[in-house]
Design a protein around this ligand. Sequence first.
Ligand SMILES: CC(=O)CC(=O)O
Length: 670
Amino acid sequence: MSHFENSEPLWRPANPSWTAVERLRRFINNKHGLHLEDYHDLHKYSVESYAFWLDLWEFLGIISSVPPSKTRIFEQGAMPEVPVWFPDARLNYAENLLFRKDDAIACTAGGESGVVHHYSYRQLRELVRQMARAMRRHGLKKGDRVAGIVNNTITAVVICLATASIGAIFSSTATDMGTQGILDRYRQIQPKFVFAETEVAYAGKVVNLVPKISEVFRDLRKYGLKHAVTLPSLVSRKEITVPDSSLLSKFLAVDDGRELTFEQLSFSHPLFILYSSGTSGPPKCIVHSAGGVLLQTKKEQRMIGIEPDDTYFQYTTTGWMMWTFMLTALSYGARLILYDGSPFHPDLRTYLKFIHDQGVSVLGTSPRFLAEIQGQGIVPRQLASFEALKTMSVTGAVLTSPMFVWTQQAFGEKVHVFSTSGGTDVCTSFVTGCPGLPGYAGEIQCKSLGMKVEVFDPYGNNIESTGTAGELVCTRPHPSLPVRFWGDESGAKFRDAYYSTYPGIWRQGDFIVLNPKTKGLMILGRSDGVLNPSGVRFGSGEIYTVLERFSAVINDSLCVGQRRPQDKDERVLLFLKMRAGCTLDTRLITDIKSTIRSALSARHVPAYMLEIEDIPYTVNGKKIEIAVKQIVSGSDLKPSGTVANPESLQLYYKYRDLESAVPSAVKAKM
Ligand SMILES: CC(=O)CC(=O)O
């Protein structure tokens, strides 16, 4: 069975020769006297020559006080898995992001309240200056950790950039993270400063955060916290006093008016600590370098076509790597939209109008969000013309072929819709979109430049030319490999997380297939969640794609394998959350079965289809298959703070004992 049905592109580039990718290709050809002819030649060069990263440095105009030496691009580090890049260079991430000092708008802050504020580059720089001066005067030093429990606002950006200007390390969680989730993260990294919101609004409800942050402050004092700073209410804008902490205004009052200075640091100097979204056990604290994040995210943004005159809106909280990813748009002078609140409040139409009214030209969104627009029967172009919109980058989950087609039609054929995937572990993309290449529905257009992505079978053979699905691996180091995990001095946890399956080779944990004809790629799900009944391996994404034909009645779904200690083989369970007023009856089950059979094969048909009230998600909006797979296969699980709706996991325990738990009426339907 082929995964690829579309021989005609859904999207064709209008003027490929002026894309940044083409400009980079010509730059490299001129510089080295090469004849790279297209994206694929450029990609090959980028993964065969480490000089590519120096080319990129020059092409992107990275600002540094000591430029990289041409002869020292890449050296073996203490951990062989993590080399040292550009050992001679000295730079500062925040200096790169604040290079513009004029009155152009740097950030537009909006949200569900409907109020919009614009901040010029000049104003942003002044806010960062004040914050950095205050931080320094309160004793913040290079290498100290600064943590935020913050919404996606201008203040969060200011705290982050001020921290980076000093060479301290920034880490943030969204305010909806529970106390335990916050402590699981921040106890490990032991921040010296914590900045926290006191009152926020989400989906129209005012949330008082004082009890939660008081508990967090109290606990973190035992772990080295020196300054707890509270931010004014995002509802009333008033400051709220919390015991044993400083008000932001008081914290900033020590500003001595001195200039903003940028510590000049090595390329590998730590910038961010992000967290793996493990659904059980403590999260891993992934340390990312300033140089690696800057070079990779700037490359990704420029190559997908974001230009200095663009308005870039990535919907994200501060707890997702896309927040750190999006900030880089400031480094080439684009305008960044910061959105605080729910896209569903007061309603989706208002949110879509906001995108139009702000002239968003590059929109970062997720399949779940698109499915919601579709499910609510909204036709975006009846609401607004979206004339500024030229690029739509979709990430967070698989963008299925039907959803690709729907999105393209819904937003118009001139919009470059593409799917991209990478993750927290690398703070960038492995596979992505390219405005100079045709786009096929359901396919991710290409491997990212510099990322030597391959598809491996379980024995470590590259199987991509066969069109067979396997593990996404990256067989060559790149600059945004994590520097390490915080607190994992020997590197044992780090190696175990990425390098244990194929020694010395990064395994991402995604199940992927390459189309040998188009060179496009399709992620079929997480590889830990690969379904394997009777030895047929396939991804849950394949089932989700088929289910989109039933989106009028099915709200959401989760497909997992079940193999309990007593079972000889794995069987597939498909959980379906129905739309209000719809039920999973025998007719629908028969319909779904025959659709899966004809779209995929008889062996893809789940053994059971079961109606369920809720599907578990991480706080970053990813379906949690692994935890459910473990639960239905007999393991007891203590959900981590990463699960957005932990109570939903309880719903799955009864399906361990499916035969006796499920009434015979349901069984009879199968
Ligand atoms: C770029 C990404 O991979 C984002 C995500 O899905 O976490």
